[in-house]
Design a protein around this ligand. Structure first.
Ligand code: NA7
Length: 554
């Protein structure tokens, strides 16, 4: 291992990322435990995912009133949401409000990308380096890097020769891109492509959507949140939050108790129609077995297929847009505002690149096996190297110089998605192996941050300075997480980013924990109650390097 350079700053905890997770982690460790904490953030402002995703139509698929922090009643009473599904700008305004309210900005270094983090066994410290040469050390390293922050830009030959402009949706410019009069090509029909398509189509001279996998999508039914509704929500917040924590996906509604197969066809249809009219991800909650029983799922999948065929007027386009190769919601289901309707416009066309793959990008546009499409702008809505990508883009080295990349060569392995064996005192907020992306993220984030904060507090109270995952506990957790995934239909979508299948060469492992948020939180509680079962806690005496003066660094 390379000789470790002395740090310019020693801290109790270093947090990477200033999205929902990093902001709340800073607040708890600094303001509740009194630790010296620094957040390092690559962007120039707070927001994390929402700092980078500014593409046209970018908005959250969870409803605003619960895609928000619950830790401060004062905060949730003060803040008012404008839209049922908040647009990216509204979420950034909210997170800026949070940063102001809790005076967080003074401990965040913006424009600071972490390049490496190495654990120093002797000093029992993490040494972190940034792109601009800063060196910091801390007892605890906490990654709050987000699950969807490493852009997946496909390596299509010829991109560098393209004469027009091109953008990845997850790295969108801060100034709006003007599509007026332009021929635009959009690659990708996940949540992002499905949000962007109708908005770009309204501006562009022509939009060509390049689709690899047809997707199910449910109407969002977005709109303003009336004053009266806001007041009712604020009055009921305690119950709403409790329900969110009790549910298996962090949303404040419960999945219907009936099987889709136990009701009459008429009842089933009526329920799907009502769920379609209401809109949003709640459609998945129409019956209890949509994600565990293929026959039950078929009824929902068929319902949505029929909707697509009824909306899209051209039968050939409708057929191409109809998903056939995976059950509904086994890939993260998008929700939309007029996605399928957009294909009825004269200035929009669809290219099935499974039937006729993209061969290359030419100076003039995109050439598929069958044709060349002349374009002025290419939009890559091709998603992310999800969950592991943001962590592996940092050179993280644990004990004995073991790199995280080596440790995860066959796919991510964690204990509770919170720690990796061989990487003491490193916590991964919403890491692989935790419910994270299968839930309403702020609920998962708050649960992780609270757990980590309590753990560090307990360690301090007991004079302990090191916590590491027991490799045997990791084995058990990985096996349990695999069982949880295999008990659902989720692994059946061969091209899902949950499995890492969207990134060529990435190991295919179902990454999030599919056992449910409420179950997961209960397991974490038990682990704490049993004295951090599965973790090894100790108080090694630091040698070699001088330790800091902090509350935990001892
Ligand atoms: P997704 O859901 O990963 O979607 C990416 C889309 O891009 C999807 O349709 C992919 O097709 C397509 N894609 C990816 N790589 C290629 C290449 N090389 N060629 C052609 N098409 C490609 O990302 P999003 O940004 O839409 O959404 C990410 C999450 O954000 C979403 O799930 C929500 O949780 C919020 P594929 O399906 O792999 O065949």
């Amino acid at each position: 291992m390379a000789k470790l350079q002395p740090a310019s700053e020693q801290l109790d905890a270093l947090v990477i990322g200033a999205g929902f997770a990093g902001l709340y982690q800073l607040h708890t460790l600094r303001d509740k435990l009194g630790l010296r904490v620094r957040v390092l953030e690559a962007g120039s402002g707070v927001g994390g995912t929402w700092y980078w995703n500014r593409y046209p139509g970018a908005r959250c698929d969870s409803e605003s009133y619960y895609y928000s922090f619950s830790f401060s009643d004062e905060l949730q009473q003060q803040w008012g949401w404008n839209e049922r599904y908040p647009e990216h700008g509204e979420i950034r305004r909210y997170l800026n409000f949070v940063a102001e309210k809790f005076d967080l900005r003074r401990d965040i270094r913006f424009d600071t990308r972490v390049t490496s983090a190495a654990f120093d066994d002797e000093a029992n410290l993490w040494h972190v380096e940034t792109e601009d040469g800063q060196r910091l050390s801390a007892r605890f390293l906490i990654t709050a890097v987000g699950c969807l922050s490493s852009a997946n830009i496909p390596k299509i030959p010829g991109l560098e020769s393209f004469r027009g402009e091109w953008y990845h949706t997850g790295r969108w410019p801060h100034e709006p891109v003007d599509f007026t009069g332009k021929r635009v090509g959009l690659i990708g029909t996940g949540s992002t492509g499905i949000q962007a398509t109708p908005v770009i189509a309204e501006q562009a001279a022509h939009l060509t959507v390049f689709q690899r996998t047809a997707n199910y999508s449910i109407p969002a039914r977005n709109g303003p949140v009336p004053e009266e509704e806001q007041r009712a929500i604020k009055a009921d917040y305690a119950a709403i939050r409790e329900l969110g924590r009790k549910s298996q996906n962090g949303h404040p509604f419960l999945v219907a108790p009936e099987s889709a197969l136990d009701v009459t066809p008429e009842e089933r249809l009526a329920r799907y129609e009502a769920a379609w009219e209401r809109g949003g991800l709640r459609f998945r909650a129409a019956f209890r077995d949509l994600l565990i029983d293929k026959a039950a799922n078929d009824t929902a999948s068929d319902f949505i297929r029929a909707k697509i065929r009824s909306i899209v007027k051209d039968p050939v386009t409708a057929e191409k847009l109809t998903p056939k190769d995976h059950p509904f919601a086994t890939k993260r289901p998008p929700i939309d505002s007029n996605y399928f309707e957009t294909f009825n416009r004269d200035n929009v066309s669809l290219v099935d690149i499974k039937a006729s793959p993209i061969i290359e990008i030419t100076p003039a546009g995109i050439r598929t096996q069958d044709a060349e499409y002349e374009l002025d702008i290419i939009v890559f809505a091709t998603g992310f190297d999800a969950m592991t990508g943001p962590l592996l883009s940092i050179d993280i080295r644990g004990q004995d110089g073991l790199t995280l990349r080596e440790s995860w060569a066959a796919g991510p392995r964690t204990y509770l998605g919170l720690q990796v064996a061989g990487f003491p005192n490193m916590f991964t907020i919403t890491g692989p192996g935790s419910p994270s992306v299968l839930t309403n993220m702020p609920v998962a984030i708050e649960q992780h941050v609270d757990w980590i904060t309590r753990c560090i507090q307990d360690m301090r109270d007991q004079g302990l300075t090191r916590i590491e995952a027991d490799p045997a506990a990791v084995e058990r957790w990985v096996a349990h997480a695999n069982d949880a995934a295999n008990a659902t239909l989720l692994p059946q979508a061969g091209s899902s980013w949950y499995l890492g299948a969207n990134v060529p060469g990435k190991p295919r492992v179902f990454m999030p924990y599919a056992g449910g948020m409420a179950n997961y939180a209960a397991i974490c509680e038990q682990v704490t109650a049993k004295g951090y079962e599965g973790f090894i806690l100790s108080a090694p005496k630091p040698v070699g390097q001088e330790a800091g003066q902090g509350a935990v660094v001892g």
